[in-house]
Design a protein around this ligand. Structure first.
Ligand SMILES: O=C(O)C1=C[C@@H](OP(=O)(O)O)[C@@H](O)[C@H](O)C1
Ligand SMILES: C=C(OP(=O)(O)O)C(=O)O
Length: 409
């Protein structure tokens, strides 16, 4: 795997049609639900993202030790899946995965009757899942301000529990659209739930067999919006995106309207065109945390000041994304500071005409968020292979619209 690549674009003009990868969030829910249904499923357009390829392989594996690598959904969804299906497994992941908390999910599963031990530090993977003796408990209180993935994991197994499940969400509901995506996918496969106030109720039910085609990934689309915003001239079509999507990251269309990109929905996807951008904006990322890096890197490039809230969960993702962003925007003369508790301000400055080099912190989104800046000046991206987590063809797709890439081994 190459250690770095340098990226440049000879004209700054972008034109073309891109087939985006499919959403790993949708695909991984569909895979878990299909496995829980116990029936042959017809899932189409499963993502080429490593997170999805990995889950597919692991669901077919009868190994005792299961490596979820760096995939949060794989770790959290499989913990609940193995528990409820009574499979005895050791579940581990990368060093970083073993620093990403899982206590809220493990505690909830224990209350439902799962026997789970921590093999390392209490509250973190690796885990040993030893079996399941249903307690018949129906009502659970679960904190919803750390990661929605715990809630999605519990919801997907809920119809298989003898009494079903009533989940009372405590605190702010972070990443809420991902919970709604879970409920929509469950409904697609025949399971009804009720989400009223802060309680989600699921009665015991059976998943039914249904065909499902995974949509293109709106999070991946965000990097193309950034490219269009930074280009001298651009007309880009992104295939397979839908206006009515299960994905909360479709919010990028509205965010980018303010940052210089007009979205036209067509029968084949979206057409992106350039427009004027605002100079100072405020955004709340509570519903769409994966878009924050795209916006920060772009705004540092085009000189837009942004006040951001809802970034709490960024500290426990593939890396501490707030810290990684703070370090990397510094090399662009910009600053990212917490101005009052919970409010982060990106203040950009004039970019010097020198080659920029960005570290990626084993985080695919750091690589893809900073790459579009190559439309302003040559950019080096370190450890570019990280993109395989969600968008393995990212660099090839950039070449299709005229980027020149030199790989250094
Ligand atoms: O459920 C999902 O598919 C995801 C939920 C979000 O995580 P959190 O709920 O931890 O914020 C998101 O950041 C992640 O990329 C995918
Ligand atoms: C946070 C992410 O993924 P996960 O939590 O599933 O590892 C992501 O893809 O940005």
């Amino acid at each position: 795997m190459s250690q770095s690549l340098t990226l440049s674009h000879p004209t700054g003009k972008l034109n073309g049609s891109i087939k985006l990868p499919a959403s790993k969030s949708e695909a991984n829910r569909a895979l878990i639900i299909a496995a829980l249904s116990g029936q042959e499923s017809q899932l189409h357009n499963l993502s080429e993202a490593n997170d999805t390829q990995l889950l597919q392989r692991l669901l077919q594996s009868d190994a005792e030790t299961i490596d979820a690598e760096d995939a949060g959904t794989v770790m959290r969804f499989l913990t609940a899946y193995y528990a409820v299906t009574g499979q005895k497994k050791t579940l581990t992941g990368t060093d970083r995965m073993c620093q990403r908390p899982i206590k809220i999910l493990v505690e909830a599963l224990r209350k439902l009757g799962a026997n789970i031990d921590y093999l390392g530090e209490e509250g973190y993977p690796p885990l040993k899942i030893n079996g399941f003796t249903g307690t018949g408990q129906k009502h659970l209180k679960v904190r919803s301000d750390i990661s929605s993935q715990y809630i999605s994991a519990l919801l997907m197994i809920a119809p298989l529990l003898p009494e079903g499940l009533e989940l009372e969400l405590e605190g702010k509901i972070g990443s809420r659209p991902y919970i709604e995506m879970t409920l929509s996918l469950m409904q697609h496969f025949g399971v009804r739930a009720d989400f009223s106030g802060n309680t989600i109720s699921v009665k015991p039910q059976k998943y039914t067999c249904a065909a499902f085609t995974v949509e293109s990934d709106w999070s991946a689309a965000s990097y193309w919006y950034s490219l269009v915003a930074l280009a001298n001239e651009a007309e880009i079509t992104l295939l397979g995106l839908k206006e009515q999507s299960f994905q909360g990251d479709r919010a990028i269309a509205d965010i980018m309207y303010r940052l210089g990109v007009y979205t036209e929905f067509t029968a084949e996807g979206v057409r992106l065109l350039k427009k004027e951008h605002e100079r100072h904006i405020s955004l709340d990322f509570s519903d769409c945390p994966d878009l924050a890096q795209t916006v920060v890197a772009l705004c540092a490039g085009i000189g837009v000041t942004v006040d951001m809230t809802g970034l709490e969960s960024l500290r426990i993702k593939e890396t501490d994304r707030i810290q990684a962003l703070q370090i990397e925007v510094l090399s662009m003369n910009s600053s990212l500071r917490e101005v009052t508790p919970g409010v982060f301000r990106l203040e950009p400055d004039i970019l010097q005409k020198k080659q920029l080099s960005f570290r990626t912190y084993q985080d695919h989104r750091m690589a893809m968020a900073f790459a579009p800046l190559a439309l302003l000046q040559p950019v080096e991206i370190q450890e570019p292979g990280v993109v395989r987590k969600s968008y393995p063809r990212f660099w090839e797709d950039l070449e299709k619209v005229g980027f020149e890439i030199k790989y250094k081994i």
